[in-house]
Each structure stands twice: as C-alpha cells, then as structure tokens.
Design a binder for this molecule. Sequence first.
Ligand code: ADP
Ligand code: MG
Length: 734
Amino acid sequence: MAGSTKHPLFGFLPRNVTAKQVQGVVEGNENPFTRLPHSPQYRKILEARKKLPVFAQMDEFYKMFTKHQIIVMVGETGSGKTTQIPQFVVYSDMPQTKNKIVACTQPRRVAAMSVAKRVADEMDVQLGRQVGYSIRFEDMTEPGTTFLKYMTDGMLLREAMNDPDLQRYSTIILDEAHERTLATDILMGLLKALVKRRKDLKIIIMSATLDALKFQKYFTIDDPAPLFKVPGRTHPVEIFYTQEPEPDYVEAAIRTVLMIHRAEEPGDILLFLTGEEEIEDACRKIKIEADDLIAQDPDTVGPLSCIPLYSSLPPQQQQRIFDPAPSPRVPGGPPGRKVVISTNIAETSLTIDGIVYVVDPGFSKQKIYNPRIRVESLLVSPISKASAQQRAGRAGRTRPGKCFRLYTEKDFMKELEEQTHPEILRSNLANTVLELVKAGIKDLVRFDYVDAPAPETLMRALELLNYLAALDDDGNLTSMGSMMSEFPLDPQMSKMLIVSPEFHCSQEILAIVAMLSVPNVWLRPNNQRKEADAAKQLLTVPDGDHLTLLNVFNEYQNNLHDRNWSWNNYLSARSLSQADNVRSQLLRIMERLEIGVVTKSYEDQTRHYMNIRKALVCGFFMQVAHKEGEKGSYITIKDNQAVSLHPSCGLDTQPEWVLFNEFVLTTRAYIRTVTDIRAEWLLELTANYYDLGSFPDGEAKLALQRVLKKQIGKNAKAAGPDRDKPLKKKPKTS
Ligand code: ADP
Ligand code: MG
C-alpha cells in the first residue's frame, strides 16, 4: 500500500481490499459503521453466513471485481448472492466515505423489503439508516446515511430518467436478471451505454439459472464480461410426474400435500400456486383436511402449519415463512411439518430453508400483451421448463428432496417452452417509452435491447403518448409529457391528475388514482359473501365505480382511518391505509410541480361528479366501450372487442358509453372498474382520438355521428342561421 493513505475507517484501501482484511473486520469487536460493539445476534447470523457457498469465494470475488468493470454472476438460489455480494461490494467500494450508494435491484417489492431487513440485521445496523430499501411509494432510506440500498428495478429506472449517469451510485447490482423483467431489461441497455461514460461505475449482473452466456455476450465491451460462478451445494431431487393430466390443479395440489404429509419422511413442503386468492383458499382447505387426518389417526399424523406467501402480504406475515415447523403435539408424538404455499416469489427471490418436498402444478400468473387490441392482462399460464427446473431445485437445498409435478412427463417435454419469454415482449410499453424518452433516448427502435420488443408494441406506446399529448408528432417530449413522467403512474393516470384542476376536482382525482394504485379494497370472505355485498351496496355510487372508490376513500377519512370501521364495512384496512399513503406522496409531487390542488364544493353533487367523470375521460379516453345489441354486451372502441361488465361493477343501469380501468380475461372478457360517461365529452375533450374522419365504421361511429349532428344543430340554432363553423375540435389540454 505504498504511497497511499490508509482509510480512516478500516485501515485499508477501497477497491484493493482482500478477503482476509474483510474477514478481519467482520470478525472484529466493533461495528465499523456504527462504532458500537457487535451484538450477539450479529455473531449468531455471522456463523450461518460463513457457511454460505459465496462466503468461501470472497477472495476470488475481490480479484475479479477489482479487475473488471462488469461481472456476470451465477449461482444456485440460496448460495448467498443477494444477501452477501452487496456487502462484499460495500467493503471494497466504501460508498459511505464518498457519499455514494451501492444499489442492488430486485424485480419484486417483497424481495427488496425482506432482503434489506435481513441484511440490516446481518450488518448490525438499523433498517432505513445505513441499509435501506426503496420501492414505489415507499422510501426507507436516509439521505446521506444510507450506503446500501435494495430497490425494485422499476425505481432505479425512474432514477435513471432524471439522472441518466446515475451519479449517486458507485456499484449497481442487477439481481435476478434471469427473470427478464421489463425494467431490468431496459436497465441493462442503459447501463451498457453508461459504463462507457462512467469508468468508475461497476456493474454486477446476477442470475440464478444458466443463461449467463447471453448476458456475458451482451455485455461485451472489448471482451465478453467475465463469469463469476458460485458452485451449488445442492442435493439430488427425485422428480415424479402424474400419469394423466390433472383436470383441477388446485384440488390435485391439495391432495398431493396431504399425501406427502401422511406418507413421507419429515421435511417441509413448498407448493406453488398462482395468486393470493387461490393461496388463501388452499391454506384453508389444507388446514381443514389435515385436522381430519389427525383426528382419524393421531398416532401417526403430526401437526401441519400452512403459511401463505405472496407479494401483497404485509412484511411481518412474510417473515413467517422462516418460522420452524410445528412441534409434535405430545413429546415423542409424530413430528410436525410446515407447508409454504407461494406464488413465483419462492422460485428464486426468497429462499426458504428446510424445504424437502416441492409440489409444482406447472402454472403461474403471467402478463400477456396484445398490441393489436392494446390489452395487457394477467393470465394463469403454463410455466417454462427453466421455471420447472428452478422450482424442483428448491427441494434439494438441505438434503435430497422430491418434486411432484402435477403434469405428465410428455407435457413437460412437449408442451412447456424452454424459457419464460422476457417481459418486454409481453408488455404494454407506454410507461417505458415515456421513461426512455425522458432519459434522453431518442431512437427507440435502435436502442440496444437484450431482446427487442415488437415494432407494433413500440408503435402503440408512441401512439398513446401522442394522444395524451406527452409526445409531439415528431416523438419529442412535450412539457405535458415531462410533467407526466414525474409521477410513478401509468401515463393515463398522471394525465388525469395534471388536468384535474381544470375540472375543479384534483382532491377527488388524487383519491381515485390512489385507490386504483393499491390492491383491491373489497373483502368478500367465502362464508359472508351476502353481508359483504350488502355493505358494498351501501357505499356504491350508481354513476360509476371510480366514484364509489372516491366515496369509500372519503368515508375512510371521515371515520379517521378506524380499522373497525373498515372491518365492519368489509374493506381492507391495509389497502386503505396504503391508498392514504400513496395519496400523500402524489400530492407532494403535484405540489412540487405546482399543479393546483383544488376542489370546489357544489350545491349540486351531480355537477361535481360530472366534472370528475370528465377528468377521467381526459386520461382514459382510449378505454371506452359502447353498448351494442341487447343483454348488456359492450364493444370496446376502435378495437372492437366484445366485453361484459364485470360482476363487481356497481352501475345500476347499462349506460350507452362506459369508461373502464381494466380489461379482465377469464373464461369471458370483462371490463372492471367502470364509469358511465357521455359521448359529448369524448367529442369535446378528446377530439383528436375521436376524429370521426378516421374512426372505424360501426355502431359506435354512427352513435357518435348522431351526437355530433345534434350538437351542430344546437350550436347553429344558438348562433343564428349564418353559422357553420365546426365545433371546437382541439383537445382542451394539450
Ligand atoms: P441467493 O440470492 O443466492 O438465492 P440469499 O442471499 O437470498 O441467496 O440467501 C442466502 C441464505 O440466507 C438463505 O438460504 C437463507 O438461509 C438465509 N436468509 C436469507 N434471508 C433470510 C431471512 N429473512 N431470514 C432468515 N434467513 C435468511
Ligand atoms: Mg437471490
């Protein structure tokens, strides 16, 4: 270390650090970040950390990290990548000494939160101070103090929009890159360009499966990026298939879990299902049936605990996956078992130790986008072979395991895709395009994508942004677009917020947008459906579901956020409190952008509601359906999809024109969260889109033409016989 000054904190130089030095620090008596003695919990966790495969390779890691600007890293799930590597980097980068941050991105909010908590414990610091996390609508970091930040990839992408050089960061780790989320894919493109401008910035791409070669090649600067491989420490997993396809995978899954519990050696079970409702339902059923089994045969069947895991579950409840299996009911009795029922989160993002059995029905919820009809939907779809292998791997972490695939071997070989399609190929890109344009990327077609999206999808995004007046006809960002990009929302929603003052209803639109940004607020427990529906009826505004959401939010405020009130009205207190939090954050953005936050009290509530509905039209004018034929069937505007009102819809009639928030595809196509609107507003407020000259022929066009004619007639009468000026056609807000 000749000629260099010793660092005051550790006595070694950043970036030339060796594993021995770091081990000296972590084993030391004093916490280098807080200067306090290490706690007993720290020592206990350290012993466990030292056993992780990654820990054994610290020296090798430092050698590669010092030498290269970009590293691609692969390793089995559970080997310690997510929790350890960012800490290794901290000891080398020393971000705390130069006001920089080490960022580690996660595709999922749950993972960002829970890993940050774990790492704060591992480093013996307080979560939200030295180690923090940042997810949409929740920033658990302390400026100036936080030097290790776990964040969703979406949040880092938003930051890149305003600071394309990402100056705050010394190292950026993109974790779970194999998941190929939209944000991670775009970040890879941005970082690839950025490393040329910022020679001091280091990048680590971490991935669980073996598609590392693709990333290595993609990150070829002079040579392909080097590969850092953490050898797995996995045990063999025996795979079982069903003889025949299972007609009902949930029922088959429950049956299999109970079969394992009754017949197999001790060891915990991990069952993959697709979403919250399915998971909660399965938990309930398994508990009931397990109790029956125990009652029949208390001497051989032990207690079974069922633990759900999905992303909208609050963090304390997510921690339950780490609880040990239940003890035998009586000393020496049959041992207990834990079954975790999880969405895809447990596939790679979160590691649960002690799993010996995996039950894999072969499905997950996946986003699908059809650019032709501009519909993005979440569909329960077959997983890929890579996913199936990953799932099976979860069983071999602690000892040899078994994986029960609830599909035939033939289906596995013939029907499943090799890899899950990258999200960029199956998403609506409106938001992404706006972010890229804001980040200064002009040529979206020639951007260096890992996998390029379909040109039609890009075109659709540009078209939407142009109609929303966020981009001009040449694709340049307008001042409206620049403002819109400040909101962490879909462009339709930010547009609505920005125009809301013109309709004297910003407070109301704020509340509606907040309510649309959180998980469903309506609770509908299986055994109290009638009561729940009756409670909902009392809060329903017949003009539209958006107004109903507003009403619920206002009542929640009037009742001072009382959890009992929520409970009594079958509303989720958790979602409501989240909505309240989202609202305050959006309010802050509006204030910063100096968008007037106004509301006007009307004697006449109908008029007030009308204004709110008009503001909704300014954002969602492309999500409109027209009633055609009898029996309440609707056809979506321009795309001509036949849809029905979702059963949850609270409209008391079937209006001719409706605006909807969501297209839901189950056995039928539904539109959900629907509001009654008028054709006049469409023609008046969004004349660009509703230009009848280019509107596709059909009943909707005829109806619009009739309305236009009537209006012209009325105007002509008012202005006298000479007037033949066309109606004002420019959108009000561009
Ligand atoms: P990888 O990213 O390689 O999949 P992780 O760094 O996420 O691995 O996890 C390594 C190990 O750390 C896990 O196998 C588990 O034993 C432990 N671990 C991680 N998070 C927690 C937690 N919240 N509570 C207890 N143990 C945890
Ligand atoms: Mg990980």
